[in-house]
Ligand binder design. Structure first.
Ligand code: NAD
Length: 262
C-alpha cells in the first residue's frame, strides 16, 4: 500500500473525476473513497480515464453503516465495485464499528468471504477502538490489514498506534492535516516549515510519514494536490519531531467512534 494517498471525502461526484485525474497526474497511486461519499462513480471515471494500469493503482472504499450485516454487506460491496467500474478493490474497510448495533463481527465475516474470493486484496476497518479490534481479532480469522482513524498533531493516538504495531495492523490517518484550518497556522509548525523551506502542510505530512502512518490528504486545488505529495525530499530532525509531539491535545474533529451508531 502506498504510504501517501489521496482522499476524496466531500468531493462531489462530478468533481471527483477531475480531482482524481489531477492526483494521478501528480503521481498519487492510492485513492481513498467510500460508499457514503457518493463519488465512487466519479472516482471510477477518473481512474479509468487516466490510462494507468490497474495493478499500479491502489483503490480503497468503505462499507457504509446502514449496510452492516452479512448479506447486506455482500450486496453493498457489489454495488461499490459496479460504481467504481472495477472487478476488485485493493482495500475494503468497515467505515465505523457502531458498537451498540453489534453487527461488525457478522459484517467482517462477509468481508472475509470477499477477501477469499479475491475481490478485495485486503480487508480492514476504520474508526475502531482497541476493544473492538480485540473482539474482532478473537472472533474472526483475518487480522485487519488497516485501521483508518482520525490522526493529526492535535490527536496523535499513541496508544492505538502502539497496539496496531503489536498486531501488525497498519495505521492510516484520516484528516491527516487536521482538515487544514487552525492546525496549519500553529506557530511551531510555521517555524518548522520556514526552517525547511516547506509549507506547514508538508511538515505535517512528513511527520506522519516519519512516524510510519499511511496518509490520505484531501484537496481539490491542483497546486495543493502537488504540494501534498512532495514530502519525500526533506527530513524532520529529532527537535522538529519533539516539537510536533508536544502539540497533542487528544482533541477530535470528528465523532468519538463509541457514539456513532447509525
Ligand atoms: P485533511 O486533513 O486531508 O484536510 C483537507 C483540507 O485541508 C482541505 O479541504 C483543504 O481545506 C486543506 N488543505 C489541503 N491541503 C492543503 C495545503 N497543502 N495547504 C493548506 N491547506 C490544505 O482532511 P479530510 O478531507 O477530512 O481527510 C482526508 C481524507 O481522509 C478524506 O478525504 C477521506 O478520504 C478520509 N476520511 C475518512 C474518514 C473515516 O471516517 N474513515 C473521516 C474523514 C476523512
Amino acid at each position: 500500500m502506498p504510504q501517501l494517498g489521496f482522499g476524496v471525502w466531500q468531493v462531489p461526484d462530478d468533481e471527483a473525476e477531475r480531482a482524481v485525474a489531477t492526483a494521478l497526474e501528480a503521481g498519487y497511486r492510492s485513492i481513498d473513497t467510500a460508499a457514503v461519499y457518493g463519488n465512487e462513480e466519479g472516482t471510477g471515471r477518473g481512474l479509468a480515464s487516466s490510462g494507468i494500469a490497474r495493478e499500479e493503482l491502489f483503490v480503497t472504499t468503505k462499507l457504509w453503516n446502514s449496510e452492516q450485516g452479512h448479506d447486506s454487506t455482500l450486496r453493498a460491496f457489489d454495488e461499490s465495485l459496479e460504481k467504481l467500474g472495477l472487478d476488485y478493490v485493493d482495500l475494503y474497510l468497515i467505515h465505523w464499528p457502531m458498537p451498540d448495533r453489534d453487527r461488525y463481527i457478522d459484517t467482517y465475516k462477509a468481508f472475509e468471504k470477499i477477501y477469499s474470493d479475491g475481490r478485495a486484496k485486503a480487508i480492514g476497518v476504520s474508526n475502531f477502538h482497541q476493544e473492538y479490534l480485540d473482539r474482532l481479532i478473537d472472533a474472526t480469522s483475518v487480522v485487519p490489514a488497516v485501521n483508518q482513524i482520525e490522526l493529526h498533531p492535535h490527536l496523535q493516538q499513541a496508544a492505538l498506534r502502539e497496539y496496531h504495531a503489536q498486531q501488525g495492523i497498519a495505521t492510516e490517518a484520516w484528516s491527516p492535516l487536521g482538515q487544514g484550518k487552525g492546525l496549519l497556522e500553529v506557530p511551531a509548525l510555521v517555524a518548522i516549515a520556514q526552517k525547511h523551506g516547506r509549507t506547514p502542510a508538508q511538515v505535517v505530512l512528513r511527520w506522519h510519514i516519519q512516524l510510519g502512518n499511511v496518509v490520505i490528504p484531501k484537496s481539490v486545488t491542483p497546486s495543493r494536490i502537488k504540494e501534498n505529495i512532495d514530502v519525500f525530499g526533506f527530513t524532520l530532525d529529532d527537535e522538529d519531531i519533539a516539537a510536533i509531539s508536544a502539540l497533542n491535545e487528544d482533541r477530535r474533529l470528528g465523532s468519538d467512534p463509541a457514539t456513532v451508531n447509525d
